[in-house]
Design a protein around this ligand. Structure first.
Ligand SMILES: O=C1C[C@@](O)(C(=O)O)C[C@@H](O)[C@@H]1O
Length: 332
């Protein structure tokens, strides 16, 4: 779904143009003032691709949460559709406003969030921070963080949910699997897998092993839990641009990235640039012993943005990488 369709669907779900009194953009969300809140269909909103959730603010405030990358394109179109003045609701980042040709306003009065995110008993996370946790403190707004995590979790569940009829039975191409772990305030881990990794177990088992992709995900989540990460999002895509988007979304959202770019290892300057851009510590992982394979696999573009490369250990290599990442973050 392109930005225009997403913006149009959002507008329809909030009761149409006539029901929107004001629209503004903040870092991750559209902030709307709604004339008649009874005309808002929150379920329909939540089912729009890219929407991570909605938050009610007071009687007429509504926030539609997207990732920091997605929200910008959607907002631009949304404001055109409503015809209302586009305002940028992030006073500390006025420079960005000029990029969008928008007005800068002060933040809206916060009457406390009314969150439309999945009820999750594990949301009341307990436990001792482990392996750092500087990030949670730096953001300083824990309820906002928890909210985004829960929304992201729900979104990822939807993306990686039951395959539609006629769609490949393999998880992906955009399967994401978010686990919230029991270490509130600790670093968050993003595990990214590139093309064909979702076919693990079927794909050339003599090279990549007989264990399937679900096992890989389980190993990552379990190891991340053991190592004290606050949460672990595993994302897989067969599309280079989607992988770039996910790396960009990690900016200020994750403290560590484990990445197996698969075939894009050997071709993608875009992935290298994205990793360099977000400056999140990264480890490159390969299931097979790439150094002993074909010549064309000897070049890795992403390696220059990773502080370690692990190869030839199969799925265990991911556990190895997660342990090393935890140790690295503890040392920081
Ligand atoms: O798809 C893959 C998997 C791989 O990244 C690995 O995990 O061994 C190695 C790459 O050369 C290959 O294209």
């Amino acid at each position: 779904m392109d930005n225009r369709s997403i913006a149009a669907s959002v507008l329809k779900s909030v009761g149409g143009k006539a029901n929107v009194v004001a629209n503004s953009l903040c870092m991750t969300r559209l902030r709307l003032t709604i004339a008649d809140p009874t005309l808002v269909d929150r379920k329909a909103l939540a089912s729009i691709p890219g929407v991570l959730g909605t938050v009610g603010r007071g009687a007429n405030g509504l926030e539609v949460v997207f990732g920091p990358t997605a929200v910008r394109g959607v907002f631009d179109t949304f404001a055109k559709l409503t015809g209302l003045a586009a305002t940028y609701d992030l006073p500390q980042d006025k420079d960005l406003a000029s990029n969008f040709n928008v007005q800068v306003t002060s933040g809206s009065a916060d009457t406390g969030p009314d969150v439309d995110a999945p009820a999750d008993p594990s949301a009341a996370r307990a436990g001792t921070p482990s392996g750092g946790g500087a990030k949670g403190a730096a953001r300083g707004v824990e309820d906002e963080t928890s909210l985004l995590i829960r929304m992201l979790e729900e979104s990822e569940r939807r993306i990686g949910g039951a395959p539609e009829a006629g769609v490949s039975p393999f998880p992906g191409p955009e399967a994401g699997d978010m686990r919230k772990l029991a270490h509130e305030g600790a670093p968050r881990l993003l595990v990214i897998n590139g093309p064909n990794i979702n076919m693990l177990g079927i794909r050339e088992p003599e090279l990549y092993g007989r264990e399937d992709f679900a096992t890989l995900l389980a190993v990552c989540h379990e190891t991340a839990e053991e190592e004290g990460f606050a949460d672990c999002l595993c994302y897989q895509s067969n599309h280079e641009g989607d992988l770039v988007d996910r790396i960009q979304d990690a900016y200020q959202e994750f403290e560590g990235i484990i990445i197996n770019p698969a075939a894009y290892t050997h071709t993608s300057v875009a992935l290298l640039d994205a990793l360099k851009a977000v400056q999140v510590p990264a480890i490159e992982v390969h299931l097979s012993q790439v150094s002993e394979r074909e010549d064309f696999r000897q070049r890795s573009f992403v390696r220059a943005a990773c502080f370690e490369t692990i190869m030839g250990e199969g799925i265990d290599g991911y556990a190895h990488a997660i342990r090393d990442m935890a140790a690295h973050l503890r040392r920081r």
